[in-house]
Design a protein around this ligand. Structure first.
Ligand code: PRP
Length: 210
């Protein structure tokens, strides 16, 4: 039997500080987003926290949109073992209905996509490629191909492991992929899943993730 994977306990304080640090880096580059897209559920908490630190005094709040993406085991019943993987299922998508009427698409916007973890990269690949595709289709339809939309990805943790899917090369090379921490391929225990939050925080402190 193989040994149990090592567990990293993360505290809310730690998450708060990682969001604050990343926001500072974004603002230093003058890349304050026009909209934040949180990938539900784990991306919603960091999305809300980072918004606090991206907002400058006297300015309006940055709108947060939620997209719901879930990973399901694709049992690959009809295929060979190699195809067994995870499939992304879209449970919720963008809705600009309640926003300012000038904010009717992502065209020409700085978009910050937030999730808590980049594990196999399947989810982020899906999110970025679907959003890019959607924007491009809208640009063609509206004859607005000259406007530049910038996608940035922010995750609390990137697992240092072989990925099952890619992100655009340009995004990775231009600093538009921001992982607050890169960790080995360990089991990450986030505080929102803790039965005992005091114990969770104690363990996080012990491990230096507080
Ligand atoms: O890099 P990947 O291998 O794609 O994994 C990362 C995704 O897995 C988790 O989502 P999950 O579907 O477990 O749902 P949750 O966010 O609601 O917990 C997590 O929130 C990421 O979105």
């Amino acid at each position: 039997m193989s040994a149990a994977p090592e567990k990293f306990y993360i505290s809310y304080n730690n998450i708060h500080k990682l969001c604050q640090k990343t926001a500072r880096e974004i603002l230093e580059k003058n890349e304050k987003p026009d909209v934040i897209i949180g990938i539900s559920g784990g991306g919603l908490i960091p999305a809300r926290i980072i918004r606090t630190f991206l907002k400058k005094k006297g300015e309006k709040n940055i709108p947060i949109q939620a997209i719901g993406l879930s990973l399901y085991e694709d049992l690959g019943l009809d295929d060979s073992v190699e195809t067994i993987g995870k499939e992304v299922v879209r449970t919720q998508w963008l809705d600009f209905g309640a926003l300012d009427k000038h904010f009717d698409s992502l065209i020409g916007k700085k978009v910050l996509i937030v999730d808590e973890v980049d594990d196999t990269r399947t989810t982020l690949h899906y999110a970025v490629s679907e959003l890019e595709k959607e924007v491009y289709e809208q640009q063609k339809r509206l004859n607005r191909l000259d406007e530049k939309t910038t996608f940035t990805v922010f995750v609390l943790h990137n697992k240092d492991k072989p990925k099952r899917a890619d992100l655009p090369k340009e995004m990775l090379e231009s600093g538009h992929y921001m992982a607050a921490v890169t960790v080995p391929d360990v089991w990450l225990c986030y505080p929102w899943e803790a039965d005992d939050i005091e114990e969770q925080t104690r363990m996080a402190k012990l491990q230096g993730h507080d």
